[in-house]
Design a protein around this ligand. Sequence first.
Ligand SMILES: [Zn+2]
Length: 228
Amino acid sequence: MDRREVAAVLAYIGRLDPRTARTGTDEARAQIAQWHELLHDVPFTTDHGWDVREAIRAHVLDSPYPILPVDVARKWRAYRRDRLDRHTDPTPAADPDNPAAWRTELLGTRHAVATGMAAPSTHRQLTGGPHRDIDARLAAVGSSIPPAVRAALAPYRPARAAREAAVAAGRPDALSVPCRWCHADKGEPCRSRRLGLDGHARGNAPRTRPHPTRVDLAVAKLARQEAA
Ligand SMILES: [Zn+2]
């Protein structure tokens, strides 16, 4: 607060508690100088909830003693402490490889919160949106199998590879429905049953390509989803 604001504060106090009012000009000037000396770094108001008149009103209501500058300073310190307690440092936008810039931004944000220039950031949050290379990182780690390894494995897991290729190309994923032909469950590849000469199943080998009826079923399901 500058001297003009301190004078306004003292006038306000004088209205609420006439005991503190100074009548003589010299006395009033000395009082303003004293209060200014003690409260020059306390703001009059901030955009985030501090108003020195609020603190004065609370003191007058709570205490039988005339308000002193230290009462105001104490309330301001409590206000700062409360805000910092609620503040969780948001991740600075500065390059983490530049510790000086990182630290400067972190301290700057804290100072702004403490002095009431900014609202506390109460939750850990991504204030700057996802990190710049987040898409690339997600593409790499979104699956437990990195893309390069996945490609290398494709020949050994043909059903799975066909399924992934279908999804990637926006074609219906046949394995998202059970097969009515071979009774393969959802997610399971179709199986070819080879019948022996006696009519009993001889083999039960997984097929790379799902049975056509299953593909039709998946197409119908996708069409229903798109229509919905
Ligand atoms: Zn099948």
